[in-house]
Design a binder for this molecule. Structure first.
Ligand code: ATP
Ligand code: MG
Length: 353
């Protein structure tokens, strides 16, 4: 059996560099290898509303933005089903039954949820929809028989939660044949790419934290953002020795820079190791390394911006593609929903002789 791939993003803003190295690049590679049974990318608008209930317009407007970002970054809608979560109503039904298989204490131990509650200021007033989103996310994954989920590090606890639900379901209802596959994460090889830090150097790069470089940022914005990136506050004069750990310019170079970039833009160095050694020793200024990073990022972002401009000419076609795909996804989810109800013994029509 070939793999079924599913992954997704919340339409809370455009895709950023963290998405790119954490999961989008892997999705494009898997898509181009073509060795899978089905490949879904879900725009998680229902999930986005769990912490944006009063910002419906923001979520709504970002659905098309995210779809355009995917296509601009190399996702081919003829090979991948990109759909809208809220248009697949079956997912809510899975969630209703899965909620009975998980305790509140278990979700409260989820480290990503803990961090998100803190950063969203939800300690005193926690929306029920938000605290239960890992269960709804498990439905998104399990409803399609997903075996592989390409994600960044922060999503590992969600996949673990989905796996626990499969185990609890099997324990509770002992289905005679498999209903849900056991999903596995697919992570980037490099650690830095699994959780790319934000420009502030504190939290992960995130749409919600205002610390991101977006795939759709223009050259001027990218330049300004890189120039403001957190480096080493003790590296005041060029000759001071500098720290590369915790320095965002080196974090992004680790994630994006290849040896050929040196040939093109900084031939006085062979590779990133040499550049780091010089910075650590002293004698290399922040402006120089920031300019180099800008070149590296521009090389990545220029073709993405061009593709984005083309997509903007075909917005209605992209919407139609999303609507059709959501319908197909809904039919697919329905099949497994029936299987689930059979296993639970709640398909009451089957009582008829
Ligand atoms: P939000 O702030 O609304 O949660 P986000 O920036 O965290 O937005 P998501 O839509 O939650 O983005 O994440 C989508 C996917 O991108 C997930 O697989 C997630 O692991 C991955 N991802 C998000 N941020 C990063 C990052 N900084 N580094 C690597 N992967 C990331
Ligand atoms: Mg997130």
């Amino acid at each position: 059996m070939k793999d079924i791939i599913l992954t997704g993003d919340r339409p809370t803003g455009n895709l950023h560099l963290g998405h790119y190295v954490g999961t989008v690049r892997n999705r494009v590679n898997i898509q181009n290898q073509g060795d899978y049974e089905k490949f879904y990318i879900m725009i998680a608008d229902t999930q986005a509303l769990t912490d944006n209930a009063d910002r419906v317009d923001k979520v709504k407007n970002n659905i098309i933005q995210i779809a355009i970002d995917y296509i601009s970054a190399g996702i081919d809608p003829s090979k991948v089903n990109i759909f809208i979560q809220s248009m697949v109503g079956e997912l809510h039904e899975f969630t209703t039954y899965f909620l009975n298989l998980v305790t509140l204490a278990r979700v409260q131990r989820n480290p990503t949820i803990k961090e998100e509650i803190k950063t969203r200021g939800f300690e005193k007033s926690l929306p029920m929809g938000f605290i239960t989103y890992p269960i709804s996310q498990a439905s998104d994954i399990l409803a399609f028989g997903t075996t592989i989920v390409p994600v960044g590090d922060d999503q590992l606890p969600m996949i673990e939660q989905a796996r626990e639900i499969v185990e609890a379901f099997n324990r509770t209802y002992t289905p005679s044949e498999e209903v849900f596959a056991m999903p596995k994460p697919f992570l980037s090889e490099d650690k830095i790419c699994r959780r790319l830090p934000g420009l502030d150097g504190k939290l992960k790069m995130s749409k919600s934290y205002g610390n991101a470089i977006y795939l759709c940022d223009n050259s001027d914005t990218v330049r300004q953002k890189v120039m403001s990136a957190y480096t080493d506050p003790d590296h005041i004069r060029v000759n001071d020795p500098g720290r590369v750990e915790g320095n965002m310019v080196f974090a992004y170079l680790d994630a994006f820079c290849k040896n050929e970039h040196f040939e093109r833009y900084m031939p006085e160095y062979e590779n990133l190791d040499e550049l780091k050694q010089h910075y650590k020793k002293g004698g290399l200024g922040d402006v120089k390394i920031k300019k180099f990073l800008i070149e590296v990022l521009e090389e990545l972002l220029t073709p993405i911006r061009q593709k984005r401009a083309e997509c903007l000419e075909h917005v209605d076609d992209i919407y139609n593609m999303l609507f059709e795909n959501s319908y197909t996804a809904s039919l697919e989810a329905k099949k497994r929903l029936e299987k689930m109800k059979d296993a639970m013994g709640i398909n009451y029509r089957k009582l008829l002789k």
